[in-house]
Design a protein around this ligand. Structure first.
Ligand code: PLP
Length: 377
């Protein structure tokens, strides 16, 4: 079996499993004052320190959530509502065209429900890189406080965004910046921003745990109210095992780019499929992600053939309620729906080996040979 779908989820690291199991054995509610509660609190705070170190942040600025989706939602709603409560209303929301659905959907809902809030899409180039000139002009021309959402690295293409430059633009315009670093963490340095979001299961931690990291002076109104956990920023009894696993994964996750299995994959891909199109090829990309199309081969056909050979990959399309939608990321890059329907994503991670690349390429070569033989017959 060859698993090439780390951007969907990563296998759980041994350290994370151990930490989660230990936490389950200990049990205890981190809010209780007795010995077991204190033991649980120690686990949570140790994990917070590891997640903070991964993000280059202070532990007190880390809020544990149920994952990247919730972290993005809390950041967007929390920023807009927090700013309004502080008397410095946000009236403009700039969202890059290639954000994850959790950012796009919450940004859309926010602009529908909050009077006086306008949303604008920041376009990307054909290589999938956010157009900073658009943002620069928009920020300098419009009036009113802005919130900008630009991800650190794209989940579909691996394209790395110019977040440091965006942060500078935002800072000089008095705007706030949200950076979804869910895919970037553990693969490159996590950028600094007013709000940064992380997810455990993309770095070898358990699913269902994530974090919002925010600057101390960034406005924030909590959207999940209740028992006052996480210093009132996200109520609910802490997911002790999940947080323990997240902390261990954050401690184990590399801070630097990993060996580029992607390059081995793409070199071999070109060999077996010279007409393959690699999306974002000329842009800076995560060393673990390759999004490519085999023109004329529908993604579902390729995924089924790969799966039969024990090779697991994703298509470049999102499947929701039984309908396959061509990817909004590829559409924003100007890729035609026809080519987008052939898009596949190979993504690697901490347990990937060169053999995984070779198995995937062998399977693709077999499929292409079958298709060519059928066409020739
Ligand atoms: N943001 C990005 C860029 C992602 O790739 C994902 C998951 O695929 C998320 C957010 C959502 O994270 P989670 O699955 O933890 O909700």
């Amino acid at each position: 079996m060859a698993y090439l779908d780390y951007n969907a989820t990563s296998p759980v690291r041994a350290e994370a499993k151990l930490a989660a199991r230990r936490a389950l054995d200990i049990g205890g509610n981190a809010s209780s004052v007795h010995a077991l509660g204190r033991a649980a609190r120690t686990i949570v705070e140790q994990a917070r320190a590891h997640v903070a170190a991964l993000a280059g942040a202070r532990p007190e600025n880390v809020v544990f959530t149920s994952g990247g989706t919730e972290a993005n939602a809390l950041a967007l709603w929390g920023a807009v509502q927090g700013a309004a409560e502080a008397g410095a209303r946000i009236t403009r929301l700039f969202v890059s065209a290639v954000e994850h659905e959790s950012v796009l959907a919450n940004a859309a809902a926010l602009t529908e429900r909050m009077a006086g809030l306008r949303r604008e899409t920041v376009p990307v180039t054909g290589e999938g890189v956010v157009e900073l000139d658009f943002l620069r002009t928009a920020l300098s021309q419009g009036k009113g406080r802005a919130l900008v959402a630009i991800m650190a690295a794209n989940n579909e293409t691996g394209v790395v965004q110019p977040v440091a430059e965006a942060a500078e633009l935002a800072r000089s315009a008095g705007a706030l910046l949200l950076v979804d670093a869910v895919q970037a963490a553990g693969k490159m340095a996590v950028p600094q921003a007013d709000y940064v979001t992380l997810s455990a299961h993309k770095i070898g931690g358990p699913q269902g745990t994530g974090a919002l990291v925010h600057r101390s002076d960034a406005p924030f109104a909590p959207a999940v109210l209740g028992g006052g956990q996480e210093h009132g920023r996200r109520a609910g009894t802490e997911n002790l095992a999940g947080i323990a696993g997240f902390g261990a994964a954050a401690e184990a996750a590399p801070r630097e780019p990993m060996p580029a299995l992607r390059d081995r994959f793409e070199t071999r891909l070109r060999h077996v499929a010279p007409d393959a199109i690699v999306f974002g090829e000329r842009a800076a990309r995560l060393a673990n992600t390759s999004n490519f199309a085999l023109p004329g081969v529908p993604a579902e056909t390729a995924l089924m053939a790969l799966d039969l050979d024990g090779v697991m990959m994703s298509s470049g399309a999102a499947c929701s309620s039984g309908k396959v939608k061509p990817s909004h990321v590829l559409a924003a890059m100007g890729v035609t729906p026809e080519i987008a329907r052939s898009a596949l994503r190979a993504s690697f991670g901490w347990a990937s080996a060169e053999a995984d690349v070779d198995e995937a390429i062998a399977s693709l070569a077999k499929l292409l040979a079958r298709i060519r033989a059928r066409v020739a017959a």
